[in-house]
Design a protein around this ligand. Structure first.
Ligand code: GSH
Length: 218
């Protein structure tokens, strides 16, 4: 198979980049990483020249270029069916897609007011009404999924749908924000889920990469 190259932004900042990188790393999909530093005088020009959408992330696979985090993850799921990156049960898969789509198109208050700053924890912040509403909805979704697909269910596992899936990658940057701007009040199921995500190898590797980038930037 032709090599996959995933182009991403700064690991400390780029929440959209985090999603497909986290998915591919956690699922053991081999890929080459390319980086475009954001928020620099030259960033816009580099993005315009290299990226189909002028944004990161984007995936290059031979002649194929895929932009947009969710489209990239769908493509990876198609390329590697054995990895079962969506739940196999149709009802669970439909719910996982709905939960992922809700993240992709919603939660604008969290995304605007609480930008991802991966390396920071317990940052002083404000919690506006919109943010509180978004937190409550995320908590509701996580709690519902964890209760439905807990260890005693046939899917059995610690992720949103039991086994690791695209839905977990969609919410990984939210987990980061909840640590950065926390402590955020969530259910016991959601709190345990956040620790599951923070305990993954992919999370630890992304964190190490973010630290290295910040150190290199001085
Ligand atoms: N909906 C897109 C959003 C991509 C996006 O907004 N990327 C940001 C970085 S997190 C970006 O490239 N910003 C650069 C800029 O606006 O100049 C996706 O899911 O990939």
């Amino acid at each position: 198979m032709t090599d996959l190259t995933l182009t991403i932004g700064d690991k400390n900042l780029s929440s959209w980049s985090f999603r497909p990188w986290f998915l591919m790393m956690q699922a053991g999909v081999p890929f080459t990483e390319d980086n475009i530093a954001l928020d620099r005088p030259e960033s816009r020009g580099v993005l315009k020249e290299k990226s189909p959408s002028g944004l990161v992330p984007f995936l290059t696979h031979g002649e194929v270029q895929v932009w947009d985090s969710l489209a990239i993850m769908e493509y990876i799921a198609d390329l590697f069916p054995d990895k079962q990156l969506w739940p196999t049960d149709p009802a669970a898969r439909a719910l996982a897609r709905a939960v992922s789509a809700e993240m992709h198109s919603g939660f604008s208050a969290i995304r605007t007011v609480w930008p991802m700053m991966f390396l920071r924890e317990h940052t002083s912040h404000t919690t506006q009404a919109g943010v509180a509403r978004d937190i409550a909805r995320v908590d509701e979704l996580w709690t519902m999924c964890r209760k439905r697909y807990d260890k005693n269910s046939s899917a059995g596992g610690d992720f949103l749908f039991g086994d690791f899936s695209i839905a977990d990658a969609m919410y990984a940057p939210v987990v980061s924000r909840f640590f950065t701007y926390g402590p955020v009040k969530v259910s016991a199921e959601s709190a345990a889920y956040m620790e599951t995500i923070r305990g993954t190898d992919a999370w630890k590797k992304w964190r190490a990469g973010a630290e290295a980038e910040v150190t290199a930037a001085g």
